[in-house]
Design a protein around this ligand. Structure first.
Ligand SMILES: O=C(O)CCC(=O)C(=O)O
Ligand SMILES: [Fe+2]
Length: 227
């Protein structure tokens, strides 16, 4: 599969959207495996819950942990695409679970990850929104007053793969609004790449599981110092 053939037009570089990257059976298997994950593995946040697999990224280096066997197949599928760079392989999977009405605040993924990321969506669609953040023109330099302007949106259907790099990784903040339904409008940049969804449609959200499969460049071996 040549992921470069799936570039989303009408948005800054670079987003790629691959519908039906996984089958319904694979989607079901992911949802079941995530469902079975023991409670202590989860980090509960106010508006979603998550699991780090592969370790917890850290500025001093991620202490690598094994990725569970059920995820190897999907990590391998991403590695076969060669999205990161020659010889660079995924070593981290972030599982996010969103119930209808939940989301994630505008943010950048930051310097701990290789700046090309991949996300598989399961269980429900969502709309990923991108914002340009600039210092308020009326505010004084360094006042810290920031304004956010909507740049583009991407509809993520269940079973799709998203690949994000370049300015869409480094420059524009992404978020998922805390909504129970999404009204699809012409600001959705990949509307021509989805079937049976049109501007004006209202899509009700269901529980969504996302797998964000990334490469964490800085890893460290745990050292136990004995004095
Ligand atoms: O769930 C998603 O698709 C996005 C998650 C995300 O942006 C993150 O965890 O950094
Ligand atoms: Fe993110």
């Amino acid at each position: 599969m040549i992921w470069q053939n799936f570039a989303v037009q009408n948005c800054p570089p670079s987003i790629y959207y691959l519908p039906d990257f996984i089958t319904k059976e694979e989607e079901c298997a992911i949802m079941q495996a995530v469902d079975k994950t023991p409670r202590p593995r989860w980090t509960q946040l106010s508006n979603r819950r998550l699991i780090n697999y592969g370790g917890v990224p850290h500025p001093k280096g991620m202490i690598a942990e094994d990725i569970p066997v059920w995820l190897h197949h999907y990590v391998e599928r991403i590695n076969q695409l060669n999205v990161y760079a020659e010889g660079i392989k995924a070593n981290h999977v972030l599982v996010n679970e969103y119930l209808p009405g939940q989301g994630i605040m505008p943010h950048l993924d930051g310097p701990l990850f290789f700046p090309t990321i991949t996300t598989i969506s399961c269980g429900s669609h969502t709309v990923l929104e991108y914002y340009e953040q600039t210092e308020d023109a009326s505010g004084q330099e360094g006042s810290g007053s920031l304004v956010r302007q909507h740049k583009t949106s991407v509809l993520l259907e269940p079973r799709s793969l998203l690949v994000v790099k370049d300015d869409m990784y480094h420059k524009y903040l992404h978020s998922i609004a805390e909504r129970e339904e999404d009204t699809i409008d012409a600001r959705v940049a990949n509307l021509s790449m989805v079937s049976n969804v049109h501007a004006g449609d209202v899509l009700r959200r269901d529980k969504r599981i996302s797998l964000t499969i990334r490469h964490v460049p800085k890893t460290s071996k745990m050292k136990i110092k004995i004095f």
